[in-house]
Design a protein around this ligand. Structure first.
Ligand SMILES: O=C1O[C@H]([C@@H](O)CO)C(O)=C1O
Length: 547
């Protein structure tokens, strides 16, 4: 195993992700940030210098469990103090398992501002994937707004509330086309045809393939809001990996991917090699106002300039939830994957609601909308600083009379910074319960992401989770993941073993929802956490602590 060193500087810079000039967050002058490529067992060391002038920064390594290094998880106010302008923080952690991962900002809405990149971990030397492929492509998907993230934040925390709206563009590897489309002639709007020489920074990255080969596409979504669907005209895909875990391979024509998720699919280039084929990405789960992102699967014998003469794949209707559920429920762990414990020690039911607080709009879990404390939990819990955050634990359940199908009669929420204290090495079931939002007949998709662990997704259900529903749980081959979606008016059941001492965020991966309080904190075995680097403690009530 190797130690891989990186020196990164984070700054705001000009960029034109969708061909229109904007300010983006870059790393070493790059947007998206540099791809980290490592082998399982390697140690990654990133010396991150904050070159921003007026704000802190942190980076979260999404999907990496940080076993024994909870201070390197990169969550401001949770695992560490934000890195101040001019300061450098050393992230040092092991990538213990192969898979398709990514990294992103986890302070304010810096992920939405473009602070992200790919992290790909190959099998350790001498080990083989349980499938064959000849070559691979990496597709990091995101969404993009022309309004600055600072303005978006002000809108979200204003009364009256100003929602961020739908994205202007979808990006593939940081590239999108706002004012033109590669498939203009197939669109019913008056959008113009894109003309690229190919070297423009917003030109689509074409996937150049040879005939009769197998390609692995690594697909990850770090969108701020959009749920996406990806399809490749004329080609089926076999899903083989989800969030760094092998799954029972299954064939699809298109796949849904929610923010925080990653997949690998295998693609056989078995179609007419004298043609090119559309790769399309479209919005799901919200009435889309954003054009599809497009690129080409281009066979080696065919120049990329030769556009397909048929229309790109049609994204399934945004509210065709049966299509989404059919895909999601087809995902099973590959035979031989770790199985969940047969029983749980504690069940936490988390009701997801959109609320008001003195006229401001919030999201809350069991009627608590999370407010992050100024002293990060990891340090304050380790040192027993009882005035650093609310000492009252948030509830493990919600009022059984709550009607999840209707707007609540009382839409107000409370705010708090309390944590769920979990006994180390116990098995926890979490039931994520969706509900009606503020408006009548509206319930939205939320992809929930857990830090520090994978969980088994035991099942999905409609309506309110009730006693007996656990009989439907899949305990045989549930997929292991770090992100799972809750469908409108439904529930999702997860199980995890709390075996990683630290303080871990569990939250909706939709950036504005997280910002509006849609998050809970799990603390476990913090007395067992080793020496926390002093830079991670250098703020708030831990500012003068040594350990
Ligand atoms: O948090 C949100 O606010 C809007 C809407 O509910 C009010 O404008 C929306 O779609 C969200 O997801």
């Amino acid at each position: 195993a190797k130690v891989r060193h990186f020196k990164w500087e984070v700054e705001y810079m000009y960029g034109a992700p969708d061909c229109q000039e904007n300010v983006v967050m870059g790393i070493n002058g790059q947007f998206p940030g540099p791809t980290i490529r490592a082998k399982a067992g390697d140690t990654i060391v990133v010396d991150l210098t904050n070159k921003l002038h007026t704000e802190g920064v942190v980076i979260h390594w999404h999907g990496i469990r940080q076993l024994g290094t909870p201070w390197a998880d990169g969550t401001a106010s949770i695992s560490q103090c934000a890195i101040n302008p001019g300061e450098t923080f050393e992230y040092r952690f092991k990538v213990d398992r192969p898979g398709t991962y990514f990294y992103h900002g986890h302070y304010g809405m810096q992920r939405s501002a473009g602070l992200y990149g790919s992290l790909i971990v190959d099998m350790a030397d001498g080990e083989k994937e349980p499938f064959h492929y000849d070559a691979e492509f990496n597709l990091l998907l995101s969404d993009w707004w022309h309004k600055s993230v600072h303005e978006q934040e002000v809108g979200l925390s204003s009364n009256p509330f100003r929602w961020i709206g739908e994205p202007q563009s979808l990006l593939i590897n940081g590239r999108g086309q706002y004012n033109c489309s590669l498939a203009a002639k197939f669109s019913n709007s008056s959008i113009s045809q894109c003309k690229f020489k190919g070297n423009e920074k917003c030109a689509p990255q074409v996937l150049k393939v040879r005939p009769n080969k197998t390609y692995r596409l690594r697909i990850a979504s770090t969108t701020a809001l959009a749920s996406l669907n990806l399809a490749i005209k004329g080609h089926k895909m076999a899903v083989v990996e989800a969030d760094g875990n092998h799954v029972q391979p299954f064939a699809v024509n298109d796949l849904d991917i929610y923010s925080g998720e990653s997949y690998s699919v295998l693609l056989k280039t078995d179609q007419n090699p004298y043609k090119n084929y559309w790769v399309s990405i479209g919005v799901r789960g919200r009435d889309p106002k954003t054009n599809q992102a497009l690129t080409l699967l281009s066979y080696s014998a065919t120049p990329a300039s030769k556009l397909p003469t048929t229309q790109p794949p049609v994204t399934p209707r945004w509210d065709d939830y049966n299509h989404s559920k059919a895909f999601t429920k087809s995902i099973y762990a590959l035979m031989g994957s770790p199985q969940p414990p047969k029983t749980y020690d504690r069940r936490i039911i988390l009701l997801n609601t959109q609320n008001r607080l003195n006229g401001f709009v919030k999201w809350a879990i069991n009627n608590v909308s999370l407010v992050l404390p100024s002293t990060p939990y990891l340090g304050s819990i380790k040192f027993g600083l009882n005035n650093a955050f609310d000492q009252k634990s948030p509830p493990d359940n919600y009022d059984s009379s709550y009607d999840i199908m209707k707007p609540a009669p009382n839409q107000n929420t409370t705010q708090g910074s309390g944590v769920y204290s979990i006994t180390l090495n116990t098995t926890v079931d979490v039931i994520l319960q969706n509900a009606n939002a503020l408006a009548k007949d509206v319930s939205e998709i939320h992809p929930w992401h857990l830090h520090g662990h994978d969980f088994w997704v035991l099942g999905y259900g409609e309506g309110k989770f009730k006693d007996g529903d656990e009989k439907t749980f899949n305990l045989k081959n549930p997929p292991l993941r770090n992100t799972a979606v809750i469908f409108p008016f439904g529930w999702t059941a997860l199980r995890f073993v709390a075996d990683n001492p630290g303080v871990w965020a569990f939250h909706c991966h939709i950036e504005p929802h997280l910002h509006m309080g849609m998050e809970v904190i799990f603390a476990q075995g913090v007395h067992r956490v080793g020496q926390i680097p002093k830079e991670a403690l250098a703020c708030g009530l831990t500012g003068n602590k040594q350990n």
